[in-house]
Design a protein around this ligand. Structure first.
Ligand SMILES: [Fe+2]
Ligand SMILES: [Fe+2]
Length: 303
């Protein structure tokens, strides 16, 4: 179907905001019935090295998104962005309730400051989400297949994943709308500004991954010192290898691509889709060897 939607038009903006508001899921975190877990599942849940970072990130994202929702002059955009801020706050609340329910310790963090430039903060956060969500979609699918997460968690977190898909769909269309609102002469500067922020977000992720690979050492700690991990999250990398199995990088990236397409498929095809991360990953996949994954230790035991 030809895309007849003019990017930057009133119709584009209304379609985007309507998509966002109409697909909002009104669930209440307090109504979630957290399942009882057997000791092994509970230990696996506690060992996931995500709770500190995820709780902090969701709470900070909520403040940043809400600050743009509160200052946005356009009523359509303001309604959609405020709703997105509410959803981010709800993600933080779900994590807070989960960690409290299962006795997972979360390190305290200072409250996020309201950004001075809400548009810039929203753009940065949004492109960060485009990167994080793409890989999270694939990881979530692998975790589901490997039954890493307790079964009742799948539907709870599937809802959250789908909300992140709506968020990244919103951000790329919002940014394209913003760009189209600018006079032609100012668009190259906008592209540079946006490009710089995308690179900064990607760099942040690489730094985070390197920090995790190094075991999150304290400043001044020797490079070859024993990695520091807190008690509940001890040795996750080793355990994760056993749990997920030895999937190849190629199959992981292919899963991310498939999941990205699947999660974005339900929405109006006239809206723009995130392009940058999927197109880079598609190029990477083309040059990676096609090796079948080794069997997981569990499968070997069962054989
Ligand atoms: Fe979120
Ligand atoms: Fe989000």
């Amino acid at each position: 179907m030809a895309n007849t939607l003019k990017i930057g038009s009133q119709e584009h903006k209304e379609l985007l905001c309507r998509m966002f508001v109409d697909t909002h899921d009104p669930f209440k975190p307090a109504e979630i019935r957290w399942p009882d877990l057997d000791p092994e599942s509970l230990q696996r849940l506690k060992a996931m090295p995500i709770w500190n970072e995820a709780t902090r990130t969701e709470a900070a994202t909520a403040i940043r998104v809400q600050s743009l929702g509160d200052t946005e002059k356009d009523p359509f955009l303001a309604e959609a962005i405020r709703l997105q801020g509410y959803e981010e706050g709800r993600h933080a609340e779900v994590l807070m309730l989960l960690t409290r329910h299962y006795g997972i310790e979360v390190a305290p963090f200072p409250p996020e400051r309201v950004p001075k430039d809400p548009t810039l903060a929203f753009l940065r956060t949004g492109y960060g989400e485009c990167l994080d969500s793409f890989f999270a979609f694939g990881l979530f699918r692998l975790g589901e297949q490997a039954e890493v997460f307790p079964r009742p968690f799948i539907s709870i977190f599937d809802t959250i994943m789908q909300e992140e898909a709506r968020h990244i769909l919103f951000i790329v269309n919002w940014a394209a709308y913003l760009r189209a609102q600018r006079p032609w002469a100012l668009r190259p500067a906008f592209d540079l500004w946006r490009g710089w922020n995308i690179v900064a977000q990607a760099f942040d992720r690489v730094k985070g991954a390197m920090k995790m690979a190094g075991g999150d050492r304290k400043k001044g700690e020797k490079k070859d010192a024993e990695p520091r991990r807190d008690e509940t999250q001890d040795g996750f990398a080793l355990k994760a290898h056993n749990v997920f199995g030895d999937f190849s990088l190629r199959s992981f990236l292919e899963t991310c691509l498939q999941e990205n397409d699947r999660r974005l498929a339900p929405y109006d095809p006239r809206l723009l889709r995130p392009m940058l991360v999927p197109s880079v990953v598609r190029k990477v996949v083309r040059v990676l060897p096609n090796r079948p994954p080794k069997p997981r230790p569990r499968d070997q035991q069962a054989a």
